[in-house]
Design a protein around this ligand. Structure first.
Ligand SMILES: [Zn+2]
Length: 388
């Protein structure tokens, strides 16, 4: 692609956060490839006096950067990796070339979450420029493994920090938390996510001889009905009710006159803090045990629920959002999982504050360009309130 359109070039020249966002979008960092983003970030942070440490695990690049060695530690966190662009024909511009149309900046990662990273770095530059001797320490945790397996990213960095006894007091994640306007929603936790892979055993046979077969579909149908009918909980003050969804059921012998030998099903719970994964698994087994069927069950835990209780960090963030936008943010635990699930268990207060998430993971992902300076000011103001 050629030079930037004149209008975008003006914004790039006038706002370093927009310029950095454009540079980051140009890195084709499809998960788990960082594609040079962390080099750009580390260079900027080193110039600010951060000690930058590369913490690679497997094929994943991670960056831990810290400025200062006193407490409290305020950490900005995020990921450089993006989901694949999807169908090229459906994009109205190149996914990895920033494009401005009608006040919206398009590009893969524009919302999730290169805008958050760019705004954080410019906010750090401005804050440190004004307060070089700030209280406590500033840190930045960046991974390229959030959209993929999420095993060699934030999880491993936090394990490393814990092994060194290097705690984080407050963490601001730049994930796109907002729903329709910047700042309308701040995430203070997330539901847990637990997946099950079930195999129901049967006996294959001719449909005309039902006494000689054991049809796993017939076995599973009432189990599924009961799982669907179960009210797992009613949620609580901070969490919506636990949800159960079946995402796949497969069973076939490949011919209309044969019953299948087995059935496989995949399901997922998004669960509130009323449960932990052990108790939820036990409850599922209890339901299974009231039905007669033979099965194998494997589980995958993506993350337990986490919650940052209202306190200094949530107060400061709410106050900053209101100051910058006039909105009173909803403190929410909705949405999918995030790397907050790995940061919070170490005793860190975690909030997620970032741009509008309506276009994330879709074709023509974008943010409102006018939100960039506001987001940058929000992050800067959070530092001023917590560390001066
Ligand atoms: Zn994200």
């Amino acid at each position: 692609m050629g030079a930037l359109g004149n209008e975008l070039q003006e914004h790039v020249d006038g706002d370093p956060a927009i310029a950095l966002l454009c540079d980051l979008i140009r890195c084709r960092s499809v998960t788990p490839d960082d594609a040079g983003c962390q080099d750009i970030i580390a260079t900027r942070l080193s110039e600010l006096g951060f000690e930058c440490e590369s913490l690679p695990f497997g094929e994943v690049n991670n960056l831990w950067a810290r400025r200062g060695d006193s407490k409290p530690v305020l950490c900005f966190a995020g990921h450089t990796d993006v989901v694949p662009p999807g169908s090229a024909e459906e994009w109205q511009s190149e996914p990895f070339e920033p494009d401005l149309r009608d006040g919206l900046l398009y590009g893969r990662g524009a919302a999730d979450m290169k805008s958050g990273l760019a705004a954080m770095i410019v906010a750090l530059e401005r804050f440190i420029g004004e307060h070089p001797n700030h209280k406590g320490s500033l840190a930045m945790l960046v991974t390229s493994d959030e959209e993929g397996r999420a095993r060699d990213g934030t999880l491993k960095v936090i394990e490393t920090l814990q092994a060194r006894d290097e705690p984080i007091d407050w963490c601001v994640l730049g994930e796109p938390s907002s729903q329709s306007e910047l700042g309308d929603t701040v995430r203070i936790g997330r539901r847990g996510s637990l997946s099950g892979m079930l195999t129901v055993k049967g006996i294959q046979g001719h449909v005309a001889y039902p006494h000689l077969v054991d049809n796993p579909i017939r076995r599973f149908a009432p189990v599924l009905a009961e799982l669907h009918a179960t009210q797992w909980d009613n949620g609580n003050e901070h969490f919506p009710p636990t949800s159960f969804e079946v995402v796949e059921v497969t069973s076939s012998a490949g011919a209309p006159n044969v019953t299948p030998a087995d059935l496989t099903a995949r399901f997922n719970f998004r669960y509130s803090s009323e449960w932990n994964h052990e108790r939820l698994k036990k409850k599922v087994i209890e339901i299974f045990d009231t039905h007669e069927f033979e099965y194998e069950l494997k589980w995958h835990l993506s993350g337990e629920p986490f919650l940052t209780m209202p306190g200094r960090l949530t107060e400061v963030v709410s106050q900053v959002v209101t100051g910058q936008t006039g909105l009173t943010p909803e403190l929410s635990t909705g949405g999918g999982t995030s790397d907050g699930r790995f940061i919070s268990p170490a005793g860190t207060d975690v909030v997620e504050l970032g741009p509008v998430n309506a276009s994330i993971h879709k074709v023509n992902e974008h943010i409102k360009l006018a939100d960039m300076p506001v987001l940058t000011s929000m992050y800067q103001r959070i530092m001023e309130l917590l560390l001066t």
